[in-house]
Design a binder for this molecule. Structure first.
Ligand code: GCB
Length: 587
């Protein structure tokens, strides 16, 4: 007690009885379609601006009866305020709207030991940005990164009967993390994706990737498995292809090729096969499409045929739910994209919910998936690079079986410095080494002094992404025409962003900036020009829906970025929607 009380007097150096950061891509287990026990629902909750919980060690508090307590508690993890999980606290109470700091979540659940499945793993779909996990008063681990899943093995610390899980989530924007402090999206906080428990047998499948061998013959599948156990093989079956294949496993690992002739997945034919892997008493099932994507000259080839990416960017954001996504919201998103005529989407600027990626597989929408290496990253900081690499690996491991993802994007709009080149080129190399089945891109830079696409990072990328706002932030539209003339890239270019704000609420302007008319004009001019540039192989205008952001506060914006083709009600279309859909339908 005395120690805890003293900790409250310190500023930063209160004693944490644990070493931070041990949950990362290495603690992930294959979880898609695995039976799970949901821990969603109401959790006890308290915001904790001063980190009193860490100083006073709230995580050590036992559920004692009020009258038996020997110390005053500044938080009672077992009664008081509750919050639904998943949710963003900003959307729950007005007083939490701008809250930035730690918040404590407590949940009790019952556990009964099972002989068949003695291991237990916790999965938190995502918590923004850092989370520390405690089970039955013991520190289990912590995780950095606000949009990738967190896995922790609980087996050792579980007990029969009632167990108490406490999670401290902190959404403070920091200088050395990914993203950094300044972003053009809202700083939501909380456990905003599902929380689940998985019970697994002693010998289990830890990771499972299956993909078409990238050699254009379309007759070989590769299986990459890591397993926990001593068994020497696993069994893979794809009933629809009549495949039952024994997969040898050596020291818990395999990279195994075998012949198969699947029908190829594409936006026109989003064919998925049910694939099952069995290892001892464990088995997992996934729904997988097989396709090949590559670059030849300035072409992007899907299954050896040139493809033009008719796209739209989208954030994970909702007027009422913040970053929480529902199935209904996701279906609406894909239906709007289809209505536009899209075959492609940019999931900006961080890993979106894995269900969104699974649905993209079903809808036949190609994806650009990215990590939040966004403005002003501390490129010279080793810990920041480690964080970025970990988030990228967690994303790749999570979505490796998704045919829809064709591009890993390693960053967005950063000045071309030596430190940035070292940082981002190492991300590009890592993505390519880990995953030979996808392209790597980033939103690169234009040199405004000579109006050319000029960025040293492009050498490490398969596809060059360019965000350009000619007609909006760059008022001279003719400069875009200059860039077109001056640039001669030897790789495909995707216009990863372009657009303009359009305000359609009360007292809307009839012309000029923020008017719907001006927004429409920007789209018309951009489309007329870009379709003449032979090396542009796709566009993902900014953006499908208006989205919430603190930094936009003029009379029209009032906390929203208004570049959506559809307003924040996700219903009302702006005129530019039909300009883009007419263009896509015409292709
Ligand atoms: C950009 C950023 C994006 C912003 C957008 C805008 O270049 O990549 O995150 O939201 O511009 O609206 O300014």
């Amino acid at each position: 007690l005395a120690e805890n009380a003293l900790n409250c007097l310190h500023d930063e150096n209160y004693d944490l009885p644990f070493n931070l950061q041990n949950l990362n891509h290495e603690t992930m287990i294959f979880s898609a379609n695995r039976p799970a026990i949901s821990l969603d629902g109401d959790w006890n909750f308290a915001v904790d601006l001063l980190d009193t919980g860490l100083r006073q060690k709230w995580f050590e508090m036992l559920p004692t009866k009020q009258q038996d307590r020997i110390e005053p508690w500044d938080y009672d993890p077992y009664q008081g305020e509750t919050i639904p999980v998943p949710s963003c606290w900003q959307m729950q109470k007005e007083k939490w709207y701008f809250f930035e700091g730690s918040a404590w979540y407590t949940k009790q659940f019952t556990y009964t030991k099972s002989q068949d499945k003695p291991l237990t793993f916790l999965k938190i779909g995502a918590a923004q940005y850092e989370c520390k996990i405690f089970l039955n008063n013991k520190y289990i681990g912590n995780h950095y990164g606000g949009s990738t899943p967190i896995f922790a093995e609980l087996t050792e610390n579980l007990k029969e009967g009632t167990n108490t899980l406490m999670i401290c989530v902190n959404n403070t924007r920091t200088l050395d993390r990914v993203p950094m402090r300044n972003t053009d999206w809202f700083n939501y906080g909380g456990i905003y994706r599902e929380v689940e428990l998985f019970h697994l047998p002693q010998e289990y499948i830890k990771s499972f990737h299956i993909y078409l061998k990238p050699d254009s013959k379309y007759n070989t599948l590769i299986v990459k498995v890591t397993a926990h156990g001593h068994a020497k093989d696993a069994l893979l079956s794809i009933d629809e292809l009549g495949i039952k294949q024994t997969i040898p496993i050596t020291h818990g690992e395999t990279l195994f090729e075998f012949n198969a002739l699947p029908e190829l997945w594409s936006p026109d034919f989003p064919k998925l096969y049910q694939v099952k892997l069995t290892y001892q008493n464990d088995s997992v099932t996934d729904f997988v499409g097989f396709r090949q994507v590559e670059v030849r000259g300035t072409e992007i080839l899907l299954n050896s045929r040139p493809v033009f990416l008719k796209g739209i960017s989208v954030h994970e954001d909702d007027l009422l739910l913040g970053k929480v996504v529902t199935e209904k919201d996701l279906h609406r998103r894909f239906k709007h994209a289809k209505e536009l005529g899209c075959n492609y989407m940019r999931f900006a600027h961080y890993p979106h919910h894995e269900k969104a990626v699974q649905l993209a597989d079903h809808y036949g929408i190609l994806l650009w998936a990215e990590i939040p290496v966004y403005w002003a990253i501390a490129f010279d900081n080793h810990a920041t690079l480690k964080d970025a690499k970990n988030q990228l690996l967690e994303l790749i491991i999570r979505d490796m079986n998704r045919a829809s993802v064709i591009i890993w994007s390693i960053g967005n709009e950063n000045a071309d410095t030596d430190e940035r080149l070292h940082f981002m080129s190492s991300l590009a190399k890592m993505a390519k080494d880990y995953d030979p089945t996808r392209l790597v891109s980033a939103a690169c830079l234009i040199n405004h002094s000579n109006n050319t696409i000029e960025d040293r990072l492009t050498e490490y990328l398969d596809v060059i992404g360019i965000n350009e706002y000619y007609g909006w932030y760059e008022e001279n539209f003719n400069d875009l025409i200059e860039i077109g003339k001056n640039s001669n890239p030897d790789k495909p270019v995707i216009i990863s962003e372009m657009g303009a704000d359009g305000y359609i609420g009360p007292n809307k302007p009839m012309s000029g900036f923020f008017s719907e008319m001006y927004m429409t004009e920007v789209y018309e001019k951009q489309i007329a020009y870009l379709k003449c540039l032979s090396y542009v192989k796709g566009i993902s205008p900014w953006i499908l829906y208006d989205f919430r952001v603190e930094r936009r506060q003029n009379i029209y914006q009032q906390g929203w970025n208004l570049k959506g083709l559809i307003a924040n009600d996700k219903k009302t279309k702006k005129q530019a929607f039909s300009v883009l859909s007419n263009f896509y339908q015409s292709l």
